[in-house]
Design a protein around this ligand. Structure first.
Ligand SMILES: Cc1cc2nc3c(=O)[nH]c(=O)nc-3n(C[C@H](O)[C@H](O)[C@H](O)COP(=O)(O)OP(=O)(O)OC[C@H]3O[C@@H](n4cnc5c(N)ncnc54)[C@H](O)[C@@H]3O)c2cc1C
Length: 409
């Protein structure tokens, strides 16, 4: 008799959970499947919330990932407004005390927006949920000036979407350049220029000391002065939702949170997996947690494959992320190592290039601007891990797949 699980429960109904559920049903898993979500909305995609949804180009239906009709047709028990307290082998325990049995359990509880102490109120928005996005989208038309705290991806996307509607935008970034840690200094300067050329008042090295509600909106105070805005969007990172894991005695990253899993997303508890933004892979003493859709769906699918006895590949070591800002398609593969050298293919001034981050000729990250076509080859170059001649990499007439063949041969 097979020892594969015959029922499946997800804690959370986001990208990772939905990827697992859909793949299980597609591959013919016919046991009970239950999705437990603490949200009251049907599962949805988050990436559009700071982009097309915010600009009013996409509807709530279009961002929905799992609707009632699909669940009914595929015999999936979707329970909304059902926060889970803890898990144990074979069961998930809800906050109302009820228990849902599941021979396999996936914890995919994601992250929540980090808050800034003292920055809160009616005119302050932390963009994480569809409800946050609806609120922001509804408030934006009446705003003449907004302040965005945090020049990372979500903050930048909000800034870009607001500029498209002609709203005055101030971005307050604590680091000396936006996206400095993700892109390194030269590309972070490029990124800062993008903002400024779009008319954003980008102020770096700004830490918010205090904030006040004013008649017109909010006043943010920094050591350099005060920024007043009708609306403030706080986008200063996220905190893992790992309370379920902590209550259940599962191991979490002691410093940054996140549930510790192996390369197949297994926790140390039998039959319990974790995937997506909440999952932290421990390799030797290094903890890696990725907050991207690509990673969430890959890991969710990997869990589903494990449940039906299919071989599971290792975790994707080349996390990939795409963004759309100021009309440009920006994509990133991996994070550059500090001190990496840049090899640029294409033209930075024309905003049509790929920046490869190399150390001793070995490519370990890439950033593309309107050159998403270079991403598959960049991923393979990173995985290959062999030195690549910089001139060949930079030359626009080099076919990157030919180059891969040459150096990999
Ligand atoms: C505004 C915005 C824009 C983004 N843009 C991009 C982008 O362009 N590209 C990209 O790759 N990524 C983007 N991301 C990140 C991406 O959305 C996440 O990486 C992805 O959603 C992670 O999926 P997940 O399943 O791990 O978690 P989520 O999709 O966050 O789902 C987790 C779910 O679990 C629920 N939950 C938490 N605790 C409990 C509990 N105790 N019981 C029951 N349910 C619980 C949560 O409420 C949530 O619904 C963006 C995120 C945001 C907020």
């Amino acid at each position: 008799m097979s020892d594969l699980p015959r029922s499946f429960v997800t804690v959370g109904g986001g990208q990772a959970a939905v990827a697992a559920v859909r793949l299980l049903r597609r591959r013919g898993f016919d046991g009970p499947v239950t999705v437990l979500s603490d949200e009251t909305r049907a599962p949805y995609q988050r990436p559009p919330l700071s982009k097309d949804f915010l600009r009013g180009e996409t509807t709530t239906e279009e961002v929905t990932l799992l609707d009632e009709a699909w669940c009914a047709a595929n015999d999936v028990d979707l329970r909304l407004g059902a926060p889970v307290e803890s898990v144990a082998p074979g069961e998930a325990r809800l906050a109302d005390g009820s228990v849902v049995p599941g021979e396999a359990i996936l914890i995919a509880t994601g992250v929540r927006a980090r808050r800034l102490p003292g920055v809160d109120g009616d005119r302050v928005i932390h963009l994480r949920t569809l409800d946050d996005a609806v609120r922001l989208r509804d408030l934006l038309p009446s705003a003449e000036r907004i302040a965005v705290v945090g020049g990372g991806l979500i903050g930048s996307e909000v800034a870009s979407s607001a500029r498209e509607s002609g709203i005055a935008v101030t971005v307050l970034e604590v680091a000396e350049l936006p996206m400095l840690a993700q892109l390194g200094p030269r590309m972070a300067r490029f990124y800062a220029d993008l903002h400024r050329e779009a008319g954003v008042d980008l102020r770096c090295g700004q830490k918010i000391d205090t904030a006040d509600s004013t008649a017109a909106g909010v006043a943010l105070h920094t050591a350099d002065g005060t920024v007043e805005a009708d609306l403030v969007v706080v986008a200063v990172g996220a905190v893992p939702n790992d309370l379920v894991a902590r209550r259940s005695g599962l191991a979490v990253d002691p410093a940054r949170g996140g549930i510790i899993v192996d390369s197949a997303c297994r926790t140390a508890m039998p039959g319990v997996f974790a995937a997506g933004d909440i999952a932290t892979r421990a390799v030797q003493d290094r903890y890696t947690r990725v907050e991207h859709v690509d990673n969430a769906t890959t890991q969710g699918a990997a869990v589903a494959k494990a449940l039906i006895g299919k071989p599971v590949g290792g975790a994707d070591e080349t996390p990939w992320f795409s963004s759309d800002q100021y009309g440009l398609d920006l994509q990133f593969v991996c994070r550059p190592h500090p001190g990496a050298e840049l090899v640029v293919r294409g033209n930075v001034a024309d905003r049509d290039f790929t920046a490869f981050y190399t150390t001793d000729g070995i490519v370990h990250a890439a950033f593309t601007v309107d050159r998403g076509g270079d991403i598959p080859a960049a991923k393979q170059l990173i995985t290959l891990g062999l030195p690549v001649p910089a001139e060949a990499l930079a030359a626009d007439d080099t076919d990157l797949f030919d180059l891969l063949d040459t150096i990999g041969a």
